[in-house]
Ligand binder design. Structure first.
Ligand SMILES: Nc1ncnc2c1ncn2[C@@H]1O[C@H](COP(=O)(O)OP(=O)(O)OP(=O)(O)O)[C@@H](O)[C@H]1O
Ligand code: SF4
Ligand SMILES: [Mg+2]
Length: 327
């Protein structure tokens, strides 16, 4: 069953030099206990896309479409109602925990404050719960660490504190925007393990944004590949890694990591050119200027997402059919 269902989401941001269409008709859904990765180069609209689900996108942005959660369209909810959903039902973790933590307050107290806002617990219960949460995310000597200030903790420990804060009220969906990019590889692996563990233990659905295909291979069940605000390919992790049908996905996977193996950590690279910044929806493939296969058909009409031979859904007029290892 889907927990979160995003339909035709568009986000238009007014800027001094005109509009930016950061998200252009994006649709995807996340099932219960599923880890969905959203991947794409810088500027593809990954962050704006997830922030806009709960009214956290850029100021004055025009957000259209539907974000269906628990039988309601979140885009039509008032800010107060959205604040309640945030934290209690859908929680966020961001890349840099320092910006989200108060430097002047012990970390345990900060998690207690979240509990006080959303759950009816006594002070003693909140304290005990903080220790429980810290243990759950692998913070050793949890009671002692709860009294530490953010600067007294390592980056990895701070990110664990952020995760414990995000899951404090037992959300059904956790949205993690590049949660490990600032961390070194070993700590990154530990944090990814924690996320997987939380999914297994608490049945949470996780939407993980990353530009690291190695992370996708390690952790995700399904992946949505974004380009210029659109989903250009989506599918199960096995299918997308084995037979990516979109030339862009192929480019991203030019050093293909095998799902489940950590050896090849491929970054998005090797595709000449950059993601275009779009002012309004164009009726063509937005990847055409970077694609060796582009022809007239690609430039006349937006390619719809359709089933590809390898089991993914792809928005491309001339999808690839070979297995990626065969190249
Ligand atoms: N506050 C803003 N004002 C104007 N334009 C913005 C704003 N925030 C984002 N954009 C633009 O929207 C587009 C999508 O940005 P977004 O931050 O979602 O990209 P991203 O895929 O998350 O990239 P990254 O991997 O670098 O985090 C970009 O063209 C960006 O410049
Ligand atoms: S639609 Fe055409 S230009 Fe776009 S990715 Fe497919 S082949 Fe390339
Ligand atoms: Mg981002």
């Amino acid at each position: 069953m889907n927990v979160l269902d995003v339909r035709d989401l568009s986000v238009e941001i007014p800027t001094e030099t005109g509009h930016v269409l950061a998200v252009d008709g994006l649709s995807y859904s996340v099932g219960e206990s599923e880890i969905l990765a959203i991947v794409g180069e810088s500027g593809c609209g990954k962050s704006v896309g997830v922030l806009s689900l709960l009214g956290l996108g850029p100021e004055h942005a025009r957000v259209t479409g539907e974000v269906n959660y628990a039988g309601q369209n979140l885009l039509t909810r008032k800010p107060d109602a959205l604040r309640r959903v945030r934290g209690q039902d859908i929680a966020y973790i961001f890349q840099d925990p320092m910006t989200a933590l108060n430097p002047l307050m012990p970390v345990g107290k900060q998690v207690e404050e979240v509990l006080a806002q959303h759950a009816s617990m006594s002070r003693a219960e909140r304290r005990a719960r903080v220790v429980e949460l810290f243990e759950l995310v692998g913070i050793p000597a949890a009671a002692e660490r709860a009294r530490a200030y953010p600067h007294q903790l390592s980056g990895g420990m701070r990110q664990r504190v952020m995760i414990s804060m995000a899951i404090a009220c037992g959300p059904r969906v956790l949205i993690a925007d590049e949660p490990t990019t600032a961390l070194d590889v070993t700590v990154q692996a530990a944090i990814l393990e924690i996320l997987k563990d939380l999914r297994d233990k608490l049945g949470m659905a996780i939407v993980l944004i990353t530009h690291d295909m190695g992370v996708v291979a390690d952790i995700a069940d399904r992946v949505v590949v974004m380009y210029a605000g659109r989903a250009i390919e989506e599918g199960g992790i096995e299918q997308v890694f084995r037979r990516p049908a979109h030339p862009y996905t192929r480019g991203l996977l030019s050093a293909v990591p095998v799902p489940g193996q950590r050896a090849a950590r491929a970054r998005l690279r090797g595709i000449p050119g950059t993601v275009p910044v779009i002012a309004e929806s164009v009726d063509a493939c937005t990847f055409a200027d970077r694609c060796g296969r582009a022809d007239e058909a690609c430039r006349s009409g937006r390619p719809p997402l359709a089933e590809a031979a390898g089991g993914t859904r792809v928005a491309c007029r001339h999808p690839e059919t070979k297995e990626s290892n065969g190249e």
